[in-house]
Design a protein around this ligand. Sequence first.
Ligand code: SF4
Length: 338
Amino acid sequence: MTTPDITPTSATGPLLEVTDLSVSFTAHKQTAKVVDQVSFSVQPGKTLGIVGESGSGKTVSSLALVGLLPRTANITGSARFAGQELVGMTTRQQRQIRGNDISVIFQEPMTSLDPVFTVGNQLTGAHRNHQGGSKKDALDRAEEMLRLVGIPEPRKRLAEYPHAFSGGMRQRVMIALALINSPRLLIADEPTTALDVTIQSQILELLQELQQAMGMAILFVTHDLGVVASVCDDVSVMYAGQVVEQAGIDEFFAHPRHPYSEGLLRSMPHSVPKGERLRMIPGTVPLPSRFPTSCRFAGRCPYAQEACTADPIPLEQLDDGRVVRCVRHRELVMEARS
Ligand code: SF4
């Protein structure tokens, strides 16, 4: 068995560097490219938000990194994690990294938790699978993790099954399970979407505290720009399988450069003065089989002109380090708020 060579990352280099990542699926002799040459990077200890509506390709991009897509997925490009290429790894190598150096949490905790095993069994199993060691060490670590994620009487609760926990507490158990081996990168795929607002902010706060304590990086996949604003350092906006804008969080919220970003920002509830209706982006993301060859957002864009529908639109790197995919970004003045 070849052991993945996870080398330390330099203080200045990214922990994860994704370059031209593409994912396509073939069914009934038709191939659909759902992720198209996506590039982004995550710095050690920082949080990158990947944002977009359903069908933007954000979840597929992140799951492609850790081998959680169906076997029918064809993945090309590069994703280097701490010096190790993730694309093309064997299933065995992916399992070694997943849950150890890279962990994943999902919207629904029961996708990670097994209802027929106690929480203690699942936590100690995850720890011993990767770290070895005695049962007692694993039990102590499991108790420590439940305490860290704010579960009262952790030793006692290790003996309980997931159904005995409330929705918010289950989310905490899932986080404990994901972080028990101190991963260097956490992929969080809409982890708070199913929770009510109060629990959502508690979980976000908890993730930030744990990030600081453990020094891990987070790839935060979400459709919610409010969440991006509260936890991310940088944002990558995806639309119809492509990155359309990337920026630091302050610059992005002050001055979006892509019309889709502007539309998302103006759809946020607090961006609308009291009494006014939310401004929605008309239409929906096209199906992958119908992605236009020119600007994929043109059918929904209020600024579309003939030039937008002639050729593929390149991703342009700007002087300030931002990237944007829009032929009119220099002339348009985007509004972040109403
Ligand atoms: S290229 Fe044209 S249609 Fe596409 S986002 Fe820019 S202005 Fe809108």
